[in-house]
Design a protein around this ligand. Structure first.
Ligand code: GLP
Length: 240
């Protein structure tokens, strides 16, 4: 595991943007796995800037988002579908047919998960997976627990995640109780992974991850078993 220690959030975003840009330049048809949350916003801003300045071309890029609340409608401003279009896809020259986001309105969530997993495989697997991390160590919506699911699945959000994510909703009751998420296996199959973390709220989760042990109590620790992971953290997130 490689660690890039940054002074602050701005630097985390720049380092991540350089890695993503390099990936796309090396392979214009790259398959990217993308996260939501506050952390990747700086990265997305940098990518938009590069695209507008004509230094980065997204026309061949294929994306798969990590997760989505369930149930939630696409036009709900808190859906990850809305978030990704608002913060990235509407501002770059990506072919919208190459964008994949789990459908929070699916009538058969199990079928949605199976189809998503097949679509990733059909695209040739994920070349570069970008991850954030939850305060409790979740990646995607793979929550701490006794077991972790390998493939894309419908999962219950923990009270901690509902609480932490309620800051985006009007009231806590509005936070969906479930989500659709790529599984740990779906993430681990990615050829290369970068995980971004900024701020002291992430320090505990990061310190557990960097101990090197693997535990379902902190799903991010599974990354210790992957051979190409880079953690991009700022000083505050390293405080633990
Ligand atoms: C959400 C997402 C995760 C994300 C995490 C951290 O719960 N499902 O994929 O990594 O939040 O979010 P933030 O970057 O806002 O701290």
């Amino acid at each position: 595991m490689k660690i890039i220690l940054c002074k602050n959030y701005y630097e985390v975003s720049l380092q991540a943007a350089n890695i993503v840009a390099q990936q796309i330049k090396n392979k214009p048809q790259s398959v990217l796995g993308l996260p939501t949350g506050s952390t990747p916003l700086g990265l997305y801003k940098s990518l938009i800037k590069m695209n507008k300045e004509n230094t980065l071309d997204f026309s061949g890029v294929i994306t798969f988002n990590l997760d989505e609340y369930y149930p939630i409608s696409r036009d709900n401003a808190q859906s990850y579908y809305y978030f990704m279009h608002d913060n990235l896809f509407n501002h770059i020259n990506i072919n919208k047919q190459n964008v994949h986001i789990l459908n929070g309105e699916a009538t058969d969530p199990q079928e949605e998960c199976t189809n998503y997993e097949s679509a990733i495989e059909k695209a040739g697997g994920i070349d570069l997976q970008v991850l954030g991390i939850g305060q409790n160590g979740h990646i995607g919506f793979n929550e701490p627990g006794n077991t972790l699911k390998s493939t894309t699945n419908l999962t219950d959000l923990t009270p901690n995640t509902i609480d932490v994510n309620s800051r985006f909703f009007e009231k806590i009751e509005d936070v969906p109780k479930k989500s659709l998420t790529m599984g740990i296996g779906s993430i681990m199959k990615s050829k290369k992974i970068i995980l971004l973390a900024s701020g002291v709220e992430k320090a505990n989760a990061i310190s557990e991850l960097l101990k090197g042990d693997i535990t379902t109590a902190n799903p991010s620790t599974l990354l210790n078993a992957h051979r190409d992971v880079t953690i991009i953290v700022d000083n505050a997130a390293m405080e633990g």
